[in-house]
Design a protein around this ligand. Structure first.
Ligand code: GTP
Length: 204
């Protein structure tokens, strides 16, 4: 069974909990407790693989306090970065998060494969109050090798589900890439060990 760890990050009130709960329950509740962080668990079957999905939904206050994101970066296999299309400051916050995750020293020291990331412009139903253009979101995503979509946790159950499925699939692709790299490494290590010990045995 594969363990897939996903962190849903973004500015305060952008709809992180709404998206997560929508995906897990297909419901939009409207108000969510925001003073504590949660890790949700979901068991799912995707591409004939059994997955144990964990979704981290942080408390905005702690998120601000520890913007270094060190523990999230080490924990998560992928990130959903959420902003509110009717709130420009949340877009700036999302941009800062993306830059932090893509920082060369972060990605180099920790990962053989770049983390999967999905930028989400939430609250699309508030289009009449839009402060961030679709093109801006698309460009930020393209420049930083993220997937991108705009949607509404309030109104679009299927789109929310598709978004989560797409990032989970990207994470699974990354797992495969890592696996591909590992056997060649262990093969050459096996060869090396064989050479050293094999030769010694012969000479005894
Ligand atoms: N109109 C609209 N409101 C939304 C949508 N998604 C969430 N909201 C509302 O936005 C507010 C914040 O939603 P949350 O899901 O609590 O946002 P959050 O990012 O988890 O919030 P914090 O944990 O406090 O940062 C709530 O009042 C939600 O009902 C959406 O798609 N459309």
């Amino acid at each position: 069974m594969n363990d897939v760890k996903l962190a849903v990050l973004g500015g305060e009130g952008t709809g992180k909990s709404a998206l997560t709960v929508r995906f897990l329950t297909k419901r939009f509740i409207g108000e969510y407790a925001s003073n504590f962080e949660s890790i949700y668990n979901k068991h799912l079957c995707l591409e004939r693989k059994q997955l144990n999905l964990e979704i981290y939904d942080p408390c905005s206050q702690t998120q601000k306090a520890k913007f270094s994101l060190t523990s999230e970066l080490h924990w998560a296999d992928g990130f959903v970065i959420v902003y509110d299309i009717s709130d420009r400051s949340s877009f700036a916050f999302a941009k800062a998060l993306i830059y932090r995750i893509r920082e060369p020293q972060t990605s180099h020291c920790k990962r053989a494969v770049e983390s999967a990331m999905f930028l989400v412009g939430n609250k699309r139903d508030l289009c009449h109050m839009r402060e961030v253009g679709w093109e801006e979101g698309q460009k930020l995503a393209l420049d930083n090798r993220c997937q991108f979509c705009e949607l509404s946790a309030a109104e679009q159950s299927l789109e929310v589900e598709m978004m989560f499925i797409r990032i989970i699939k990207d994470i699974l692709i990354n797992f495969k890439l890592k696996e591909k790299r590992r056997p060649s490494g262990s093969k050459s290590m096996a060869k090396l060990i064989n050479n050293v010990f094999g030769k010694r045995r012969k000479s005894v």
